[in-house]
Design a protein around this ligand. Structure first.
Ligand SMILES: Cc1cc2nc3c(=O)[nH]c(=O)nc-3n(C[C@H](O)[C@H](O)[C@H](O)COP(=O)(O)O)c2cc1C
Length: 324
């Protein structure tokens, strides 16, 4: 099985990726970078170039992701990424947020398969590197997926990563495994599964149902439990003390590196709080500490609360992300 780390905008930037790679990576084949919005000005934002730079992606296979709806503009970005040394790029055809969808970008592209096809025609024309797609299965209904897949099948898609939810689902409801099985049967490109693999058990249930699927993308499951892959491989640390020590060191590394890269305590704490939306699920009886972390205005307050959480709360074995 090939494991991919999902792109998670605002979280899996280079600071998180490098920390994860150093502490928990036991076989991530590809790290997908959070999306870069394509526009007429080209690839020149400092934040984006920093995330793409070689020094920030050492030792890992990073795949940039592009979000846009103008094929020619996107083709320009792909040429630039190729010149920078990238061998693969991914297109986001799944982002569900209104500001994106209303501009016919992300999942918004799924609403008009004729437009989608013209867009892909321009993207794939003379693309110098492999182009993969990350998609949802429709805007409103899984019935749309058959037509959408027919469009993808017309292009040399390097791989098709399917998150089998429709846009209307956002992250609610369950992934539609029937729609995913349609992709497996009728898709021309190699098919990668993405969605709601949060525990070793979820992984085992999925692989039993889809023994032919040889690539899986993990997102929130890894954010919530960075040791998920070690658990899947049966290589997890045995004692709670060891697990806590490793997780705390991972946390401290991210905290230190954000502290260096971001301006001011407020921005630093905002980033860390976002991470705790996921990592909280590893701890039993965490509520009062998580509340305090969310309320913390000063770094010292945050740091002492995190210390107390690690000291006082037990870690839940095989814990996974819990959707609200
Ligand atoms: C905070 C957040 C940010 C995300 N950012 C992106 C993104 O930049 N590009 C993308 O294709 N998907 C993005 N996604 C979707 C994830 O990559 C993934 O498809 C989704 O979380 C389902 O997989 P999971 O159940 O393993 O988390 C994001 C999801 C979340 C929760």
């Amino acid at each position: 099985m090939d494991f991919y780390f999902a792109p998670l905008e605002g979280i899996t930037g280079y600071i998180y990726r490098n920390a994860f790679h150093d502490f928990f990576d036991c076989g991530i084949c590809k790290y997908f970078l959070p999306f870069i919005a394509v526009n007429q000005n080209g690839l020149n934002k400092r934040r984006e170039l920093e995330d793409l730079s070689e020094e920030h992606n050492r030792g890992m296979r990073a795949v940039p992701q592009l979000l846009g709806n103008k094929g020619k503009e996107m083709a320009g970005y792909i040429r630039r990424l190729s010149q920078m040394g990238y061998g693969e790029v991914n297109i986001n055809i799944g982002c569900p947020y209104q500001t994106v969808v209303s501009k016919k970008k992300g999942a918004g592209l799924l609403a008009d398969t004729d437009y989608l096809s013209r867009f892909l025609e321009e993207v794939f024309e003379d693309a110098p590197i492999a182009v993969s797609i990350k998609t949802r299965i429709g805007m409103e209904s899984a019935e749309e997926f058959e037509e959408i897949l027919k469009v993808y099948n017309q292009y040399p898609v390097a791989e098709l990563i399917v998150h089998p939810r429709v846009r209307e689902d956002f992250y609610k409801n369950n992934p539609d495994l029937l729609a995913f099985s349609h992709a497996v049967k009728a898709g021309r490109a190699p098919i990668c599964y993405n969605g709601d693999i949060f525990t070793r058990k979820d992984y085992q249930t999925f692989t039993k149902a889809f023994p032919e699927t040889d690539r899986i993308m993990l997102g929130r499951g890894l954010l919530a439990n960075p040791g998920l892959l070690t658990e899947i491989f049966g290589q997890e640390l045995k004692t709670e003390a060891e697990k806590k020590e490793k997780l705390k060191a991972f946390h401290d590394r991210i905290y230190r590196d954000y502290g260096k890269a971001l301006y001011g305590e407020k921005n630093l704490l905002f980033k860390m709080k976002e991470l705790w939306n996921y990592m909280q699920f590893l701890f039993a009886e965490r509520e009062k500490y998580i509340k305090k972390i969310r309320k913390a205005n000063r770094a010292a307050e945050y740091e002492s609360t995190v210390e107390s959480l690690f000291y006082n709360c037990h870690m839940i074995p095989e814990a996974g992300f819990i959707a609200e």
